[in-house]
Write a protein that binds this ligand. Structure first.
Ligand SMILES: Nc1ncnc2c1ncn2[C@@H]1O[C@H](COP(=O)(O)OP(=O)(O)OP(=O)(O)O)[C@@H](O)[C@H]1O
Ligand SMILES: [Mg+2]
Length: 506
């Protein structure tokens, strides 16, 4: 478990894995518990049966040893019949079964001991085994001891008899151990099989139950990949009706997602409508302003031409009216162009000779800004790209006008054209003071200007680079800027460019 940046614990396992673990772990615990309980119960049951038999064996031992003349130890059964030191006599009592252990202990010393063999013979106990018998509590309660060797676990009872003698009687637990071992083996095999079968069934059920969630997630992913930020968006993606059953949890998610998509679609449509209205308003207003502005300019020019007839200050005022009306006309034209580009108005599509366009525009800049040094860096062959020649000319003219108005006289500006991988790369590089750092991220936004008060007085509106961006984007291209004091580079990339073959000069 890790933590997300917002502090909420995050599990690295998938929901599927967690569900499977939550199912399998308790199952293993239950199976284990059942196994332990059943083994313990069986063991206790079998031991109590042995204890019952042991009680009978003790009864036989005690009654046998209380008979008068009980002294000789039981024959070891080695064939000589002379009763050589071996098991106690009560091992020979009628009814004692194979494996019955008998011993007599006097003063902490095992005087006789033995185990009944399969043919009724008495098998000797080792001194270590006798040591175990000597240490038994003499409270006539059955205890379990491991006698080692071939004998294994024994149930034993030490009961006091005559003359301080202690009679030890025991029965083997090996059949109990075998039964317990068999049960454990069976439980392990059956438990493992049950576990595997249950886990497989759980995997299938979980996978089946979560499949609709995958489909809902896939729908959400597809929607998240749609470009919703601008333009007209058709949001057709929806969760399928089969995955929107409100009776299931996944269905509730699907229903909620569909409802959210309905809302988003509605909001996007409303946004698009209001954007269209604003754009239409700007386009209409700009269009309507063109005629009165042209009239103002016309009348002002008329007055200006009548040098003699008007007083000097009126003539000066008229010149100002004319120049401001001219500036306003340009602004209106720029606004109209932006509104039309926003509305996706088709641009002219023809093969533009970018090399010639660069040469022409730089020549114009040379005339307009003789204080600057204008340099050209062009490839040998003419570069052609599809586009609108008028608008592309305006793009370059705006960039060069910026060099003229935002860098001091004497600055060198280089216009470079290249073709790289099917893209025409047009760069305007100047050695001026650079774009202020605060302005750089917003430089392509509308009405973004450096020193606002100074720019405005210098006739700047802050629409030049916005137009560059809009025109280049409408051509499917890209524009970017890198600027630092002493070097500002505007780079424009236009797609589908080719280099025309140069006719061999002969
Ligand atoms: N080559 C440049 N060197 C330094 N600053 C620049 C350069 N080009 C643009 N800028 C800065 O970017 C701002 C925005 O340029 P943009 O062309 O959009 O507007 P403008 O030149 O101020 O006005 P307009 O072009 O509409 O007359 C400028 O005001 C200027 O501060
Ligand atoms: Mg400009």
């Amino acid at each position: 478990m890790t933590r997300r940046p917002d502090g909420v614990p995050r599990s690295r396992r998938s929901l599927r894995t967690r569900l499977l673990v939550a199912f399998v772990v308790p199952l293993v615990a239950v199976l284990g518990l059942v196994g332990v309980v059943s083994v313990t119960a069986l063991r206790a049951q079998l031991v109590s049966q042995v204890d019952t038999r042991l009680d009978a064996a003790i009864g036989r031992s005690e009654s046998y040893s209380s008979q008068p003349g009980y002294d000789p130890p039981h024959d070891t059964g080695d064939g000589d019949g002379n009763g050589s030191p071996g098991g106690p006599g009560f091992l020979g009592a009628r009814g004692q079964g194979e494996g019955t252990l008998g011993a007599t202990v006097v003063d902490g010393i095992c005087t006789t001991s033995g185990v009944l063999g399969s043919r009724g013979q008495t098998l000797q106990l080792s001194s270590a085994q006798q040591g175990v018998l000597v240490d038994l509590p003499t409270d006539a309660e059955p205890v379990t001891r491991d006698l080692g060797g071939d004998l294994g676990d024994y149930r034993l009872i030490a009961s006091p008899a005559r003359d301080g003698e202690v009679l030890v009687t025991g029965l083997p637990l090996n059949s109990t151990a075998d039964a317990v071992r068999r049960l454990v083996t069976v439980e392990l095999i059956v438990g493992l099989l049950a576990l595997v079968a249950a886990a497989l069934a759980a995997v299938l059920v979980i996978r089946r139950a979560l499949r609709p969630l995958d489909r809902v997630a896939a729908t959400a992913t597809r929607v998240s990949e749609l470009p919703l930020a601008s333009g007209e968006v058709r949001l057709v993606e929806r969760v399928l009706p089969g995955d929107t059953d409100p009776g299931t949890e996944v269905g509730q998610v699907g229903t909620a997602l569909n409802r959210m998509l309905d809302h988003v679609e509605g909001s996007l449509a409303a946004r698009q409508e209001s954007e269209t209205q604003v754009r239409q308003f700007v386009a209409d207003a700009s269009h309507e302003l063109r005629t009165p502005l042209a009239s103002i300019r016309g009348y002002a020019e008329l007055v200006r031409r009548q040098h003699a007839a008007v007083p000097a200050d009126v003539g000066h005022a008229m010149r100002r009216v004319e120049s401001e009306a001219l500036r306003m006309s340009e602004l209106v034209e720029e606004l109209l162009l932006l509104a039309r580009l926003d509305a996706g108005r088709e641009l002219a599509q023809e093969e533009v000779d970018l090399t010639a366009l660069v040469v022409d525009t730089v020549s114009d800049a040379h005339v307009a800004g003789p204080g600057h040094t204008w340099q050209l860096d062009l490839p040998d062959a003419p570069v052609l790209a599809p586009g609108d020649p008028g608008r592309l000319h305006q793009v370059l003219a705006n960039l060069l006008a910026n060099v003229r108005s935002h860098t001091p006289d004497g600055t060198t500006a280089t216009t470079r054209l290249r073709v790289q991988g099917g893209w025409a790369v047009l760069q305007v590089i100047d050695g001026g003071p650079g774009i202020p750092a605060a302005l750089r991220p917003h430089v392509f936004e509308r009405f973004a200007r450096g020193d606002a008060s100074r720019s405005r007085s210098a006739g700047s509106t802050g629409l030049g680079l916005a137009i560059v961006h809009a025109v280049v984007s409408a051509h499917g291209g890209q524009v970017e800027v890198a600027s630092e004091p002493g070097r500002t580079v505007f780079t424009i990339r236009l797609p589908h460019a080719t280099e025309a073959a140069v006719a061999a000069a002969d």
